[in-house]
Design a protein around this ligand. Sequence first.
Ligand code: NAP
Ligand code: MG
Length: 402
Amino acid sequence: MAKIQMTTPLVEMDGDEMTRILWKMIKDELLEPFIDLKTEYYDLGLEYRNETDDQVTIDSAEATKKYGVAVKCATITPNAARMTEYNLKEMWKSPNGTIRAALDGTVFRAPIQVKGIEPCVKNWEKPITLARHAYGDVYKNTEFKVPGAGKAELVFTGEDGTEIRQTIHEFDGSGVIQGIHNTDESIESFARACFNYALDIKQDLWFATKDTISKVYDHNFKDIFQDIFDKEYKDKFDAAGIEYFYTLIDDAVARVMKAEGGFIWACKNYDGDVMSDMVSSACGSLAMMTSVLVSPSGVYEYEAAHGTVQRHYYKHLEGEETSTNSVATIFAWTGALRKRGELDQIPELCDFADKLEKATLGTIESGKMTKDLASITSLKDVTVLNSEQFIKEIREVLEKGM
Ligand code: NAP
Ligand code: MG
């Protein structure tokens, strides 16, 4: 059978540890035998990031802007222990943070649902995609302990010298204060990324904040979303038969628990952090969660939601067998290939992505899976496969389906 041809390269960002091992197996077994794979390769493995003073990360983000679609392997975010382990020149920043900042993107995460791995919320029949604003609020705060009695004020000094001043609290004794911010520009990007993504996957969009309590700060988010929706997206949503609706965060949480899924839930930074952990845990495993960064200009970067699975990598280095789940990494590739196929009008590429996803899920549904899933599945008589066997099994199913 002739290999599928591509026209534009995918930006390929290789990574670290166990996921780097899976990355190669996926390419060797599941992609290259079927596709004449065109990629522009960037090695974001920590060693090469260190060697290039992290320039490679910046270059990979620039390439993503140029070509429009990237696929990323999980990478190490250095901490003190990694400084020694890899003999680093500097504690390089999180590649995800660097890429996110360069693309000004919003992260969308959705569980990969499969028969046999049921969410604990039994009415969640379809995946819930979480859209998390990735800038500002408590993640870029200024905070300190108030040592004792006194007045805390919030002061803004404009470039022209005008001043806005409000009392936060008159303290009788010690306490704490915190200053947070966001920018209209970032909120607007977040809103557009959400509206575009909803149109892209043809699902309703929910957005919720605590605007009844935060009558200015959260209300600003609500107003910006509504304004952009009315001016730029209402007609497109009507045409696509989908809906945007705003509700209070408490109400959203209550509705989500009773919903059947199949929608996008947009959250402010903190809500998104917490709620995405809730949704993914309820769906079984981080290894069954996809993640895509979408920029307001329509650039996409696909990855798995989990990290480099360090513990498994050390076992692998000692020659021990591992049973690491490659599903989320496979789905990062299929997401990127499908998007490339859509943009370049190569239906065979989209079709291949569908078939590879189907083969992956079919393998699990037939009772063959990695250890993490075997421990939570409702299927009987399961076979636990090692990292490599699982990928080879998917290949067999895929070949039958081609
Ligand atoms: P992790 O790699 O997500 O793994 C945490 C644990 O979750 C694993 O030890 C494993 O549990 C389980 N797990 C995660 N993915 C799995 C998979 N595919 N198959 C089977 N089990 C899986 O998180 P971490 O150990 O906290 O972080 C390791 C490194 O990843 C860190 O250096 C961190 O900086 C980096 N990281 C990168 C990203 C990213 O690039 N997007 C995200 C998060 C973390 P058991 O050990 O119990 O089997
Ligand atoms: Mg979290």
